[in-house]
Design a protein around this ligand. Structure first.
Ligand SMILES: [Zn+2]
Length: 328
C-alpha cells in the first residue's frame, strides 16, 4: 500500500513490532524523509484484519475499504488547503469520531499531519482526545517541527524520531527515483534538499536547479549593480520564499565560515563559491552576523505562514545583501 523506504526498516520494526500499541504516537523529523508514508503504512497495518510483519495484507475487507477511501474507522486530519492551518472545527469533528465505536469491530486509527499547523484552540481541542483514550483508537501525529508543538501534546504521545537517511543510502535511492539525472545532479539536489531524499525529488520536479541558476545569476548582477533589488524581487516570484531564505541563510553561514577558517573546501555548492569568497573578503564580520540574524528571523516568519508582503521582504533582503561589501 503506502511506500516503504529502505531507511525506515528499523523504525518500522520498532513501531509495527510492538506487542501493545500506544494510544498516540508522534512521528517527528525533517520534512521530506517519508514520515507520512510511514504513518500511512502503520495506519493500514493497524486497521488490517490479517497484518504481516511487513504491514497490511492489502486484501482483507479493511484493506479494500481503506484503498477505496471509504474505511469507516479511519480519519485523516490535515489542513483543508495546503500550507493553511488546521481549524478548531475540524478538530471538533475528529473528537466526535474518536468517541464513536469502531464500525468494523477492530481499531480506529487517526492520522494528523502536520500537527504544528493546528493553532492553539485547535491543539487544545485535540488534547481532550489525547487525554481520554476511547476504546481501541490509535492517533498518529506527524510533525516536521516538533519544537512548535504544545508540551502537553508531546507529553501525551510516544515520541518517535525519524532521522535523515545517510547520504549513501539516499543517493542509492535517488539513483532509482531519478534515473535520468547524473550522479552529480543528484548530489546537488540532495544538498539543496538538506539531505532529505523525497524533498530532493520534489525540488527536481519543481525545477529547482533552474531556479537556483536564476537566483545565483541575479545575486551576481546585484553585486555588480547591473540589476536592482526591485527587479530581482519581482523576477523571482515563482520561486518559493522559504527556499530563497534557506539559500541566503546558507550563504551567510558559508561567508562566516570562510572568514573564520579560510577553508576552500567549505564553500558550498560550486555555483556560489567565488561570490562567497569575495563577500567574505570584503565584508566586516559583524555585518554578516547582523544580516544572518535578520534572515533567520524572517525565515521564522515565513515558516509560521505569517502574512508577508513577498516582494517587499525580498527587496529588503536584497538591499542589505547589496551593501555587504564595503569597497566597490
Ligand atoms: Zn488487510
Amino acid at each position: 500500500m503506502a511506500d516503504a523506504y529502505p531507511w525506515q526498516d528499523s523504525l518500522w520494526q520498532q513501531l509495527a513490532g510492538r506487542a501493545q500499541h500506544a494510544h498516540a504516537y508522534l512521528l517527528h523529523g525533517p520534512a521530506g524523509i517519508g514520515k507520512r508514508a510511514l504513518a500511512e503504512r502503520l495506519m493500514a497495518s493497524l486497521l488490517c484484519q490479517r497484518p504481516t510483519a511487513q504491514g497490511a495484507c492489502g486484501e482483507c475487507k479493511s484493506c479494500l475499504l481503506l484503498k477505496a477511501g471509504s474505511h469507516p474507522d479511519n480519519y485523516i486530519l490535515e489542513p483543508e488547503e495546503a500550507d493553511k492551518a488546521i481549524k478548531v472545527d475540524q478538530v471538533r469533528d475528529l473528537v466526535s469520531f474518536v468517541v464513536q465505536t469502531a464500525q468494523l469491530g477492530g481499531r480506529k486509527v487517526v492520522l494528523i499531519e502536520p500537527v504544528e499547523s493546528m493553532n492553539i484552540n485547535a491543539a487544545n481541542a485535540l488534547l481532550k482526545s489525547l487525554e481520554e483514550p476511547s476504546g481501541d483508537t490509535v492517533l498518529l501525529l506527524v510533525s516536521h517541527q516538533p519544537s512548535r508543538l504544545l508540551p502537553t501534546i508531546k507529553s501525551r504521545c510516544v515520541q518517535q524520531a525519524c532521522p535523515l537517511p545517510g547520504e549513501a543510502m539516499s543517493l542509492d535511492w535517488l539513483a532509482r527515483a531519478l534515473p535520468d539525472c547524473s550522479q552529480e545532479e543528484r548530489v546537488e539536489l540532495l544538498t539543496l534538499a538538506a539531505g532529505s531524499p523525497l524533498a530532493a525529488v520534489n525540488l527536481h520536479a519543481q525545477g529547482v536547479r533552474e531556479q537556483r541558476a536564476q537566483v545565483v545569476d541575479g545575486v551576481k548582477k546585484l553585486l555588480k549593480q547591473q540589476q536592482s533589488p526591485t527587479q530581482l524581487a519581482e523576477g523571482w516570484n515563482a520561486i518559493p520564499l522559504l527556499l530563497l531564505f534557506d539559500w541566503f541563510c546558507d550563504w551567510s553561514s558559508l561567508i562566516l565560515r570562510y572568514q573564520l577558517t579560510q577553508d576552500e573546501e567549505g564553500l558550498g555548492l560550486m555555483d556560489m563559491r567565488k561570490v562567497i569568497q569575495y563577500l567574505a573578503q570584503k565584508t566586516a564580520q559583524d555585518k554578516v552576523l547582523n544580516i544572518q540574524d535578520w534572515i533567520l528571523a524572517q525565515r521564522q516568519k515565513v515558516l509560521s505562514k505569517a502574512n508577508l508582503n513577498r516582494v517587499l521582504l525580498l527587496e529588503a533582503l536584497l538591499v542589505q545583501w547589496a551593501t555587504l561589501p564595503t569597497q566597490r
